[in-house]
Design a protein around this ligand. Structure first.
Ligand SMILES: [Zn+2]
Length: 429
């Protein structure tokens, strides 16, 4: 079999499953390839957007119930109304005209895979291989029909800058998003949720999640049904700007959640890190080589590997929000330059007896923020007095002081720890 360059850049075809494609292939009663004949969104009585979908079935790869469907009709959560788009990461997404592989039952789609993507073809090959390995009937007629359908309907897109980075499409306008912990979330979950958000805040871009009790982007625990969904993130954005404006995250209370999981229970931080990836705009990579990524669509019980980000997760984050402006390392200790004095004048008659007295240095190689002068002699003695510039013009350092009578020597230095420059002398009577 030809090796495929794997990539995926459309709205998540693999939903928020905790099952692998192979597990789903085994468990769903129906797998078909077909075309989305229509996908019409409407606002439900609850104010949420829903989409009525019709699929024209071209080829049936698995049909446990013997329905031989020609057409599938169902309604899914999410969709587009005008400029407003709502997407649930656990619900397949459908676009009119799309060529897809659908796994589920006649009225409940569990996964929709875009066959115009090379990753979609790779998923199709995984399913066929799995069915063949499992001794499922290998229907040559159906496979030939499927191939004709694919030849006719879709050109495969190869796009693999990083095959393990996938995107929902929209992103936040500024590299940050707040979130709050909903009332339904047990307080004991907070550290795991915060650690999950932190993984992305420290993921190598300037993006940060911030916990804020007033944020509408809430995280909750609710009944998402007995299907295959561990958790679901709902994102809302505007198609014109492709800017995310809202997200909410829901954990399914049908599962046994733990902060340190054993077999049969699910790790909160593991799944939360994955869902936060959706909340900032990442989708599911589907190349089979990406199974270790945090954004990989399926998660097992007892699993904690999604707590930390992998290369594709980080690359996706940086693609969306840019690399973090690297804080420059502290400069290596250098010798503090000695100010070079090219001119010195006592702006008064010399010797002077009227005070205050103005001194002007023309100097270079000094730090205007820290430059000072050491005055010795007169009342300052050998220990000296420190005087700071009264003003610094483009080139001149101006010292004005009420000098007491005496003969003085004055030397500049860049900082109080720096070496002293050449001495200039003056006398005050
Ligand atoms: Zn997901």
């Amino acid at each position: 079999m030809k090796s495929l360059l794997l990539a995926f850049l459309s709205l998540a075809p693999l939903a928020g499953q905790h099952k692998t494609l192979e597990q789903l292939t085994q468990e769903v009663p129906l797998i078909v390839a077909g075309q989305v004949a229509s996908a019409d969104s409407f606002e439900g009585t609850d104010g949420e957007i829903y989409t009525r979908v019709r699929i024209d079935v071209a080829s049936v790869l698995k049909d446990d119930d013997g329905n031989s469907p020609q057409q599938l009709d169902f309604t899914v959560k999410g969709g587009q109304l005008g400029d407003r788009v709502v997407h649930f990461t656990d619900v397949p997404h459908f676009e009119t005209g799309e060529t897809i592989l659908l796994l589920g039952s006649t009225n409940t789609p569990e996964e929709s895979i875009d066959l115009a993507q090379s990753s979609g073809r790779a998923a199709l090959n995984r399913i066929r291989q799995y069915r063949q390995d499992a001794g499922a009937p290998n229907n040559e007629f159906e496979l030939r029909r499927l191939q004709r359908f694919l030849d006719r309907t879709s050109t495969m897109e190869l796009d693999a800058t990083n095959p393990c980075s996938a995107f929902l499409g929209p992103k936040w306008a500024s590299p940050s998003a707040a979130y709050s912990l909903g009332a339904s979330l047990p307080p004991s979950w907070a550290p795991a949720i915060q650690a999950a958000a932190q993984a992305w805040s420290q993921g190598g871009s300037s993006f940060a999640f911030n916990l804020s009790s007033t944020s509408p982007h809430s995280i909750s625990l609710a009944d998402l049904g007995a299907g295959t969904t561990l958790a679901s993130t709902r994102v809302e954005y505007f198609r014109s700007s492709m800017q995310l404006v809202r997200f909410t995250m829901t954990f399914n209370n049908r599962y046994n959640w733990k902060t340190s999981p054993q077999n049969g229970t699910f790790d909160i931080q593991n799944v939360a890190t994955h869902e936060f990836g959706h909340a900032l705009g990442l989708g599911h990579p589907s190349a089979s080589t990406c199974a270790e990524e945090t954004m990989w669509a399926s998660a097992g019980s007892g699993e904690i590997k999604k707590r930390s980000l992998e290369a594709g997760d980080r690359a996706g984050l940086v693609t969306l929000y840019g690399a973090s402006s690297t804080t420059p390392p502290p400069p290596p200790p250098t010798t503090i330059p000695t100010p070079t004095t090219s001119y010195f004048s006592l702006v008064s008659t010399n010797p002077v007896s009227t005070r205050p007295i103005t001194l002007v240095f023309r100097a270079s190689s000094y730090d205007p923020a820290t430059v000072e002068a050491l005055l010795t002699g007169g009342v300052c003695g050998t220990a000296g007095c420190i005087v700071r510039p009264y003003a610094i013009s483009t080139a001149d350092l101006v010292f004005i002081n009420n000098y007491q009578p005496g003969t003085y020597s004055i030397r500049l230095r860049s900082t109080s720890a720096g070496p002293l420059g050449a001495a200039s002398s003056f006398t005050v009577r």
